[in-house]
Write a protein that binds this ligand. Structure first.
Ligand SMILES: [Zn+2]
Length: 232
């Protein structure tokens, strides 16, 4: 029977970036909508609310990018340091490294002879690649990419934050709190449901979880805005 090739996309591959995208967008909606509702609760002009919203969008996107860049860069630094150490160990003690690789394959269930054969062939082909993948768990597919991670994080935050900002630009200033809050909760519920579904979990539970925290954040900032608006 001729072997048929088929594209197999594992849920875990898709989950990784989808979850990051949804979390970024969630952050954007919750923090920017809360900021807008809080400033609007202080009863100020539309231009002030809009300026606060846009400033929140930019500041949030930049801080997400910076945070992601720093954390993924330190992951990249750790990976590079591990690879450099592995490279020098392979150069100084190749026999030990070959035994180590054989041991890894035996632990995974291969018998000694087959494990030795696999270790020898993979070492001959690409020793560092074999140790990186099977000993350190570093693979080219999941290698740390700080710039991509920062850009993805800032973009998803900005997309999420743009929703309440656009709402603020088009609705009457007296309705900003009600409309931005309710529309943001609808967006959050949708995102929460999509993320849960993509992860194979219950959509309802995913939607309720993120909507609860969104509503809590909006209520708290509206209250603080009201108090500040009344006292300042
Ligand atoms: Zn090794």
């Amino acid at each position: 029977m001729p072997r048929t090739t088929h594209i197999e996309r594992h849920r875990s591959e898709r989950i990784g970036w989808l979850r990051a995208a949804v979390l970024g967008a969630n952050d954007g909606i919750v923090s920017t909508a809360s900021l807008i509702v809080g400033v609007a609760a202080a009863e100020t002009s539309r231009s002030n609310v809009l300026v606060a919203g846009v400033a929140g969008l930019v500041a949030g996107a930049m801080s997400m990018a910076a945070g992601e860049y720093v954390s993924v860069s330190s992951q990249a630094d750790t990976e590079n340091a591990d690879l450099a150490r592995e490279r020098s160990e392979l150069a100084t003690d190749p026999a030990f490294e070959l035994d180590e690789l054989q041991g890894i394959y035996e632990q995974r269930g291969l018998d000694a002879a087959l494990a030795r054969q696999v270790a020898e062939q993979l070492t001959a082909r690409d020793a560092l690649g074999a140790h990186a993948r099977d000993e350190l768990g570093i693979s080219a597919v999941h290698a740390a990419r700080p710039v991509q991670a920062a850009l993805a994080s800032a973009t998803t935050f900005a997309v999420g934050a743009a929703l309440p900002v656009l709402m603020t630009a088009i609705v009457p200033v007296t309705r900003v709190i009600a409309i931005v809050a309710s529309a943001s909760l609808v967006f959050l519920a949708l995102l929460g449901g999509v993320a849960a579904r993509a992860g194979g979990a219950s959509m309802t539970r995913g939607a309720v979880r993120v909507t609860f925290w969104g509503a809590f954040a909006l209520a708290l900032t509206a209250l603080i805005g009201r108090v500040f608006g009344a006292t300042v």
